[in-house]
Design a protein around this ligand. Sequence first.
Ligand SMILES: NC(=O)c1ccc[n+]([C@@H]2O[C@H](COP(=O)([O-])OP(=O)(O)OC[C@H]3O[C@@H](n4cnc5c(N)ncnc54)[C@H](OP(=O)(O)O)[C@@H]3O)[C@@H](O)[C@H]2O)c1
Length: 284
Amino acid sequence: MKSRYDCFELNNGIKIPCIGFGTYKTTDGKGAEVIKAALEAGYRYFDTAAFYNNEEEIGKAVQESGVKREELFLASKVWKSDMGAKETKASFEESLRRLKTDYLDLYLIHWPRRNLETEEWKEVLTETWKTMEELYRGGRVRAIGVSNFLPHHLEVLFNTTEVCPAVNQIEFHPGHTQEITVNYCKEKGILVQAWSPLGRKRVLEHPLLLELSKKYNVSPAQLCIRYAYERGVLPIPKASSRERMMENQEVFGFEISLEDMYRIGSMPPAGWSGEHPDFEKVHF
Ligand SMILES: NC(=O)c1ccc[n+]([C@@H]2O[C@H](COP(=O)([O-])OP(=O)(O)OC[C@H]3O[C@@H](n4cnc5c(N)ncnc54)[C@H](OP(=O)(O)O)[C@@H]3O)[C@@H](O)[C@H]2O)c1
């Protein structure tokens, strides 16, 4: 039987815990306490970003918890406005300082385009990725990857750079499974990660998920997380309470049948955030 302590393997052989803890807005008003609770609940993989403005709190929580650095998997991201060689290096160093560590386990480019208006983004992206490659070769980070990349963004990297991204972190949940991007990444050996694996709660009351959660005697959130895991997509749910932190890891005592995987995978569109790498956010 698999457990929450199992790992996925990245394309460079690095092991990564099969469920991460999402930290966007996690610490709002709660400081390091919520990260400490997540550590106590057993999470070892923390997904943050310079943009989340909480690296300092994560660093503090980790330091005070006494959990050894090598037991942790710390991932951060460079923000759009910090793309470019000099800026990425500086942003990386700042993330390390705030997280109180001298290396990262994973570093991602948060979004592919610094701007939406011009074609200049391709040069900036190439320069940024080359800088990530330098950090990787220099041993400052164990794996490098991207986030919110569609196949045509990844193609820019394949045409101009050397290291294949280890990860692509995209919005992925029932009702928004981005099949073309997922399949493209699988073909290239890139691990897909699911941000908003619960659709930020927007899909948890969907009738199909309610029906299936009764059938499997699990919560709709557990069904979403298990769905990602069974697709080979690494989920990083965010939760505020200890109960939900535990619940979201208890997804290894059941298996979704092939028929139900198909039903979830072919659900009509639902719960999309409206975020798109090439366009302004769509508001519904
Ligand atoms: N790369 C990117 O561009 C990007 C974008 C967005 C997010 N992310 C990452 O992905 C992580 C997760 O995504 P997300 O925070 O957007 O959304 P999410 O994990 O899909 O959903 C979080 C929401 O679900 C609730 N929730 C958690 N567990 C639950 C449960 N068992 N039952 C019912 N409700 C539950 C949470 O409420 P409470 O907090 O009240 O428990 C919160 O409102 C982020 O924290 C961040 O690390 C990355």
